[in-house]
Design a protein around this ligand. Structure first.
Ligand SMILES: [Zn+2]
Length: 118
């Protein structure tokens, strides 16, 4: 069993769209900061990576968490391990994936994690 190819394709689109939205938020943050003109960086610090990391840290922790989870989910799609709970190794309910395409855990494990049992 496992998830159908079409389902995964659809989730991939959702993931990419959400990632796009977060990157847009990030771009807005960068633009706003540029307007303030209060960036004092050395020449050596002007690399894109520094820039990204610097601004990534300004995203809300929730967005940053989602962003990272999306990256991981997209990687899993490539590897063919998408939709499998990272904790118990069971398949995650497709309905759950539909709601949260970047979910790492099945409902049972997620609940345990939230309650601090794991
Ligand atoms: Zn699980």
């Amino acid at each position: 069993m496992g998830l159908s190819e079409n389902f995964i394709k659809r989730m991939k689109k959702k993931l990419e769209k959400r990632r796009e939205e977060i990157l847009e938020t990030l771009n807005d943050l960068i633009k706003r900061s540029d307007a303030d003109n209060d960036i004092a960086m050395d020449e050596g610090d002007k690399s894109l990576i520094h820039y990204s990391l610097h601004y990534l840290s300004q995203l809300s922790s929730r967005e940053l968490k989602t962003f990272k989870a999306i990256e991981i989910a997209l990687m899993k799609i490539d590897k063919g391990t998408y939709g499998i709970c990272e904790h118990c190794g069971k398949e995650i309910n497709p309905k759950r994936i539909e709601a949260i395409p970047w979910a790492k855990y099945c409902v049972e494990c997620q609940e345990k994690i939230e309650k601090g049992y794991i």
